[in-house]
Design a protein around this ligand. Structure first.
Ligand code: ATP
Ligand code: MG
Length: 394
């Protein structure tokens, strides 16, 4: 028996990165290492385009698989056993492996799928499959071959130094390792959308920092705690990050006192973007990220988005722009933010909500309204009042 559990990790898109492949693989191993640092007795290495995790038998292998599957860049994971790359040794390991499955799961039928990654191995893949299949049939008398719907599809992967035997795989999310694509500042509300937007950008390798606005005392400290909880869920994928928190109330009050009521929302949004841009610049973030989605609400009509966009020069990423709400909700459920997001707490956007928000704002009109405010000072004061919360998985 093996002293260790072995996981084979496949790298998905990282494998396509040509000349940069070693860099992406190194980043991926680094990220897997970070996610597994709570487990003592784990060895992680890359070899011939795969990543191998060896974990001492006493460790909780299912948790290790779960944590590994959260690492962006991981396509899939299989729990494997290894054998010397020689047919008798592989056959014996395959018989052992199937015996276990007969006992634990009552497996009755199987099929072998063999692959020869080492082209110097003297036997070709289909022949390996036939030979190992025959050995399993002899070693496990209760088993039959079923090529169409086997209970167990037994993979035999013969490599230069070892052969691996496994069945099934756990899918990862794919994407690219964190840290391979700059850093972005996500405008994080307590809603369903923005955590998903952050997650999607992080999945493409972007490190995340977050920015949250509240309107204390109109919004409660509990509302901010909810956002921190959401951020912590994100941190389980994105690693630790800073969340910048700013009270938007002084600006909202100025807008309400000096500008047309129906423009409140769009004006507030432009301030949010400008403050976020300033904080992003200070923190080496190259882009802003929002959970905006075309047509979802008055502030997300095409016209509103254009006017919002015009407030900043930093690129604004809106990864959810063309998704349907049900799909965004499904994604939120998949990544584990949904239940938290639907908890009912007030958001600063719902404070001073106009009865009839403009859905087709015109930039000249909005600029005219803003000219009644001392925008620069308001923004500067807001930026200077930031509080920073360090977000990390507990
Ligand atoms: P969400 O579900 O992400 O809250 P939403 O559909 O409620 O989005 P809006 O409230 O119009 O839409 O917000 C659009 C985007 O603006 C959000 O996705 C988020 O990126 C940003 N945003 C809204 N409110 C806040 C806030 N209080 N702090 C930081 N960013 C915010
Ligand atoms: Mg919202």
């Amino acid at each position: 028996m093996n002293e260790q559990n072995i996981l084979i990790v496949r790298c998905g898109e990282v494998a396509l990165k040509g000349m940069n492949k070693p860099y992406f693989e190194r980043m991926l191993v680094d990220r897997i290492r970070r996610n597994l640092k709570g487990f003592d007795g784990v060895d992680i290495r890359r070899h011939e385009g795969l990543i191998f995790i060896r974990a001492e038998k006493n460790l909780d292998i299912d948790s290790i698989i779960k944590e590994t599957a959260k690492v962006f860049g991981v396509a899939s994971i299989s729990k494997a056993v290894e054998a010397e790359p020689e047919l008798n040794a592989i056959g014996a390991a395959a018989v052992d492996y199937m015996m276990n499955l007969i006992e634990s799961r009552g497996a009755k039928t199987f099929k072998v799928e063999a692959k020869r990654a080492d082209k110097n191995f003297p036997v070709k893949s289909p022949e390996i499959g036939r030979i190992i299949g025959a050995k399993v049939l002899i070693g496990c008398k209760v088993l039959k071959v079923d090529v169409h719907k086997p209970d167990v599809l037994l993979h035999v992967d013969v490599r230069s130094d070892k052969a691996y035997i496994y069945e099934g795989k756990v899918n990862g999310f794919g994407g690219l390792p964190l840290g391979t694509n700059g850093k972005g500042m996500v405008l994080l509300s307590g809603g369903i959308d923005s955590p998903v937007a952050a997650w999607m950008m992080a999945k493409r390798g972007m490190l995340i920092e977050a920015m949250h606005f509240h309107s204390y005392p109109y919004t409660s400290p509990r509302a901010q705690e909810k956002v921190e909880d959401l951020a912590r869920i994100l941190a389980s994928y994105c690693g630790r990050f800073k969340m910048h928190v700013i009270n938007l109330l002084p600006i909202q009050e100025q807008i309400v006192a000096n500008c047309p009521e129906e423009e409140t929302t769009i004006l507030v949004r432009r301030f949010m973007m400008r403050i976020a841009e300033k904080i992003a610049e200070k923190n080496d973030c190259m882009m802003l990220i929002t959970g905006e989605n075309l047509g979802q609400v008055a502030s997300q009509t095409a016209e509103s988005l254009v006017v919002t966009d015009a407030s900043v020069s930093m690129p604004v990423m809106r990864p959810l722009i063309a998704m349907d709400k049900v799909d965004i909700m499904d994604k939120a459920k998949e990544i584990g933010t949904y239940e938290k997001s639907i908890e009912p707490y007030e958001d600063c956007c719902t404070v001073f909500l106009p009865k009839h928000p403009t859905t087709k704002p015109r930039l000249e009109r909005i600029l005219e309204s803003e000219s009644r405010l001392d925008c620069e000072t308001l923004i500067e004061n807001a930026v200077n009042s930031e509080e920073i919360v360090n977000i990390r998985v507990e």
